[in-house]
Design a protein around this ligand. Structure first.
Ligand SMILES: Cc1cc2nc3c(=O)[nH]c(=O)nc-3n(C[C@H](O)[C@H](O)[C@H](O)COP(=O)(O)OP(=O)(O)OC[C@H]3O[C@@H](n4cnc5c(N)ncnc54)[C@H](O)[C@@H]3O)c2cc1C
Length: 407
């Protein structure tokens, strides 16, 4: 059987494109099938509603792919501090990168900018086929690979099919991989807002009994918000006239940056935790939101996805270099072993946090506020939290470890 591509990746979101670029740069032929033509990021456009807190580990990985410098130059806001406080009990915690000798804790970047940059880098490689609109209809297993049927009636062969097609992954469904879904009972209201005062490079989060409210710093001094709240409240917030919305936001943020003077369009996304029962099948792997989704309160979703992509690529390339099958079972099992437990641990930690702060039982309120204030004074505990926030805890794929370009 002649193999056309070492990997066929369904989903040209941030995670699928990062994986494709990693493999393409190492000389492996790859195909990416994306359902929709990505809307290009343009400097003259206002900041997009969907942004992500990109961890230091993800920054290093994107640096290794040669994409980070372009993203950073285009529009990314570094943040050197995180300030989180309890809206009910009064406890607070503050992280400052400078006190630990770090320049920053992460960057806030528009998702579309990351996607556009990766797409541009990929289109420079002649071992990559980008199919839009493209998707997989089905496949047949053969001894050395899969024969994949495509939506345009064509077919191709590959050693590995990768589902990077998001939370509602069709590939996961076609492979018959079950997944658990638990809605948080919240929606995340997002948008850009202009508070009276400059954010000073600090990401802020207030924990309210209805859900956390994050004010994430943007390069022009404005903030991107993620206001997690029950669905009915989210609908109300979307429908409010702008002035009333600004008032409510000023109040909910305790005017930490002064009154909110202006705001852009708002949108809301349902928040749910999901986890695939397994990440692999015969010659098939799931990465990113196709494998797991998590509450955005710690801004970890796409960062976990990038670590999936870097780990899968690392295992595939190691096998390829030794003349072994990069889509074989040994590669897939090592990938699953390295990522499933780590992602599960992060999900569980976030759920505990979410439960603790979404609760207004008086004893709990007192305890958690005490806990926050105590942790704030305990240097070792703080270092642990900081390492988590920067994506530097646990076993990192080689592509996310320090390297000369990004430090
Ligand atoms: C409100 C909110 C705030 C968030 N904030 C953060 C944050 O601060 N930091 C962070 O790390 N994460 C954050 N996340 C999570 C983050 O947005 C996701 O984890 C990330 O977008 C997942 O990327 P992905 O590439 O895996 O999937 P997606 O972005 O969903 O991309 C999947 C791609 O596959 C394509 N596709 C789907 N089906 C098919 C098909 N059948 N055929 C072909 N193509 C298909 C889609 O068009 C899409 O391009 C947040 C999420 C929410 C909801």
């Amino acid at each position: 059987m002649k193999i056309d591509y070492e990997a066929v990746i369904q989903g040209g979101g941030m995670v699928g494109l990062a994986l494709a670029l990693t493999l393409a740069r190492a000389g492996l032929p790859v195909a990416v099938l994306e359902a929709h033509t990505p809307r290009r990021w343009r400097r003259e456009d206002p900041v997009d509603q969907r942004v992500s807190a990109i961890s230091v580990a993800s920054e290093r990985y994107l640096g290794r792919l040669g994409a980070w410098a372009d993203i950073r130059r285009a529009r990314a806001c570094p943040f050197h501090g995180i300030h989180a406080w309890d809206g009910e009990g009064g406890g607070a915690i503050h992280f400052d990168a400078h006190r630990y000798g770090e320049p920053h804790l992460g960057h806030i970047v528009e998702n579309r900018l990351i996607q556009t940059t990766l797409w541009q880098h990929l289109s420079r490689h002649d071992n990559v086929r980008l199919m839009v609109p493209g998707s997989v209809e089905g496949w047949d297993a053969e001894p050395e690979g899969l024969r994949v049927r495509l939506n345009d009636g064509g077919e191709c062969t590959t050693r590995l099919l990768v589902g990077a097609d998001g939370a509602r992954s069709r590939l996961r469904e076609l492979a018959g991989i079950g997944h658990s879904v638990r809605p948080y009972g919240q929606h995340g209201v997002v948008g850009t807002v202009w508070p009276e005062h400059h954010h000073g490079g600090i990401a802020r989060q207030r924990f309210l009994p209805t859900g956390p409210l994050a004010l994430l710093p943007l390069a022009d001094g404005s903030c991107s918000i993620v206001w997690s709240c029950p669905e009915a409240q989210a609908t109300e917030l979307l429908e409010l006239p702008e002035a009333r919305f600004r008032e409510q936001l000023t109040q909910a943020s305790e005017a930490v940056l002064g009154p909110i003077n202006a705001c852009g369009p708002r949108a809301a996304f349902p928040l749910r935790r999901s986890h695939a029962r397994r990440y692999i099948d015969r010659r098939l792997a799931l990465v990113g939101d196709a494998a797991h989704t998590i509450h955005p309160l710690a801004g970890q979703g796409v960062n976990l996805g990038f670590m999936d992509a870097a780990t899968l690529a690392e295992e595939m390339l190691a096998a390829h270099e030794r003349g072994r099958d990069p889509g074989g079972q040994a590669v897939l099992q090592r990938f699953q072993r390295r990522r499933l437990g780590a992602n599960h641990l992060m999900q569980t930690g976030m759920d505990a946090f979410h439960w603790l702060f979404a609760n207004d039982l008086p004893p709990l309120v007192v305890l958690r506020s005490l806990g926050l204030s105590l942790t704030d004074r305990l240097a070792p505990a703080k270092s642990l939290f900081m390492a988590r926030a920067m994506g530097l805890s646990g076993e990192l794929p080689a592509l996310a470890r320090p390297h000369p370009q990004t430090g």
